[in-house]
Write a protein that binds this ligand. Structure first.
Ligand SMILES: *Cc1c(COP(=O)(O)O)cnc(C)c1O
Length: 390
């Protein structure tokens, strides 16, 4: 854990700026060069070595955001995940991974690991005893995701760290849903933090990127592997990401506030059966979330009452878009059973608690009364449609 000299919003705005020494511009210049003259100190700059000026400086901001020493920026969240797994796992090793995992990461493990001879176990649940039961003598890594998608379950980070350290196992976390504003797992003992920067770090639904943060020692190991995989990105995108992060603290705090208000509104709504949001006292892991998070985040999910068609409801929304991605400044919804979890059978979906009535809601920064009005009118329209059909 590295202590920052500055507060969150100052880190977001100023740490890792590339100084414009030539013209004293207010923002970082973009260095698009893919070729640099050799210098006296023998730094071989090349984009795939993660060391162009824009990459090198943004990495400082990302490391500071997660209270650690070092970071690398990737072309996508999945490029970051794959580089991380294939750095710390080799043929004959075993990975313990949380069952409620981002679909892309789950596909990567199931489809690619057999080719590399890497073994894995998906836990049965997300309690510490579930993780303990999955550990084997050759387990080298435990990977968790909290809050999870789309049910917002909370995993006990310190509990997992204690279990792993007791067995000499490394720990990694997908911290995308919380963002560094709401959760800093390195403070709780996690070794490597991963983010899909496509989500909150980017925040405007116009950047595809990923990031890994950790100690200099661990990140040097990842660097050696990652430069061979070549999952890098353009410095134009790096620059856009730096600009986006300037408002990360402001955006996410606004989203936290809106999500909490919306979760409470939905809880009281007679046409809503259930709300999943870690900031509600009714959430089974509310106390744990309060302990390990600084804010409860902008993601929630809810179930409409039986008989109300979730697809119809989404069509009736006017302001809130039905869309695949999440964490933008604009509010979006999707049906997990038709999208992220469509490949599972009905029985499998029932087992993990993804009903046809479930809607995942990525809450944006719009005025909360407009979001409430939009949901209210969409529910009413959905009910009227049903009556017409009867
Ligand atoms: C989107 C996402 C990813 C993958 O990131 P990409 O940038 O799409 O590659 C990983 N984990 C979580 C939780 C995500 O939401």
């Amino acid at each position: 854990m590295t202590k920052n000299k500055y507060g969150l919003n100052t880190v977001c705005t100023h740490v890792g700026e590339v100084k414009d020494t030539q013209f004293k511009g207010a923002v970082s210049p973009i260095y698009m060069a893919t070729s640099y003259e050799f210098n006296d100190v023998d730094v071989k700059r090349y984009p795939r070595y993660f060391n162009t000026p824009n990459q090198e400086f943004l990495a400082k901001k990302l490391a500071a955001l997660e209270h650690t020493e070092s970071a690398l920026i990737f072309g996508s969240g999945m490029a970051a995940i794959s580089a991380m797994f294939l750095t710390f796992l080799k043929a004959g090793d075993h990975l313990v991974v949380q069952n409620t995992l981002y679909g892309g990461a789950s596909n990567f493990i199931r489809e690619e690991f057999p080719k590399f001879g890497i073994e894995y176990t998906f836990t049965d649940g997300y309690s510490i005893s579930d993780f303990e039961a999955a550990i084997q003598p050759n387990t080298k890594l435990i990977h968790i995701e909290t809050p999870s998608n789309p049910l917002l379950t909370i995993t006990d980070i310190e509990g997992v760290v204690r279990l792993a350290q007791g067995n000499g196992i490394l720990t990694t976390i997908d911290n995308t849903f919380a963002s560094p504003v709401n959760q800093n797992p390195i403070d709780l003992g996690i070794d490597i933090v991963m983010h899909s920067a496509t989500k909150y770090l980017g925040g405007h639904s116009d950047i595809l990127a990923g990031a890994l943060m950790g100690s200099e020692k661990h990140m040097a190991e990842i660097w050696h592997v990652a430069k061979n995989f070549g999952g890098n990105l353009s410095d134009m995108t790096v620059w856009m990401l730096e600009r986006s992060i300037k408002t990360l603290g402001l955006r996410v705090k606004a989203q936290n506030k809106n999500a909490k208000r919306l979760a409470k509104f939905l809880m009281k709504h007679p046409d809503v059966k259930k709300v999943n949001y870690p900031g509600l006292k009714s959430h089974p892991d509310y106390e744990l979330a309060k302990k390990q998070m600084k804010g409860f985040g902008g993601m929630l999910s809810f179930e409409l009452q039986d008989g109300l068609d979730a697809k119809l409801f989404q069509k009736e929304l006017k302001l809130i878009k039905s869309s695949m991605s999440l964490a933008g400044v604009e509010s979006t919804v999707l049906s997990p059973h038709l999208t992220s979890h469509a490949l599972l059978s009905q029985v499998e979906r029932d087992k993990v608690g993804i009903s046809d009535q479930l809607i995942r809601f990525s809450v944006g920064i719009e005025s909360k009364k407009d979001l409430i009005t939009d949901i209210e009118q969409a529910i009413q329209k959905t009910k009227e449609r049903i009556q017409v059909q009867l």
